[in-house]
Design a protein around this ligand. Sequence first.
Ligand code: ZN
Length: 269
Amino acid sequence: MQGRIVKIISNDCTVLSDDKLYICKPRGKFRKDNLVPLVGDIVEFDEKNNYILEIKKRKNCLVRPPVSNIDQVVIITSVKDPDFSSNLLDKLLVVIEYNNIKPIICFTKLDLISKEMDNIIDYYKKIGYDVYLNTEVDKIKKIFKDKLTVFTGQSGAGKSTLLNKLDENLNLKTDEISYALGRGKHTTRHVELLDLYGGLVADTPGFSAIDLKELSDIQIKDAFIEFENNCKYRDCMHINEDGCEVLKRLNNDILPSRYENYVKFLRRK
Ligand code: ZN
């Protein structure tokens, strides 16, 4: 049978298949092959003997938190208090794009919105991202069906508030702090996938470590999805090349903060 691992405690993998849960052990040969089952894995399993027979190829896989086959990451982004950080948002977008995951941006604390912020929100929509405001709870409820979702965003950005609005029974451990404490010596932090509107959501904040050092310049460039549509030169890095359309369109079609972050990220700052 085929199913998905939704929880792992020591060697017991809980596999969800057709709305039923099976507790299975990984086969010994996985260890030989250096294969460690991860929450999110799609597996072939023997439901009579409770063994995982095969781990299907992962479409992506994070180390922290350890979750695989993530469909989408919801980036909770505060417009004020804490102040909007274009640097953090763009950095998360780069890492999420690089990991082959669909980013979804959700802006919070909108009672404090300014005209400038309005333009920024419109820009992220215009370049092709799914953007929601945290007041659009009914719309947000529809994004989870048949998807594995991870939430991320800076602490204090209103993650808990949004999640409570979505489902007050959902007990996600969303704080970076609780994540860090959970990894202390007395407790082992387990990631678990929970039901949310016909999909699954990881009960852990995404991307506790963001490091651009492992990315090449090209990978960073490719993660700025609007550059390719603006500049027709495929090899252009959009730094000082003659005829670069990205440079020409800065301030008009390209948001200056996006470009500034791009240059910073290339310097790995
Ligand atoms: Zn260019």
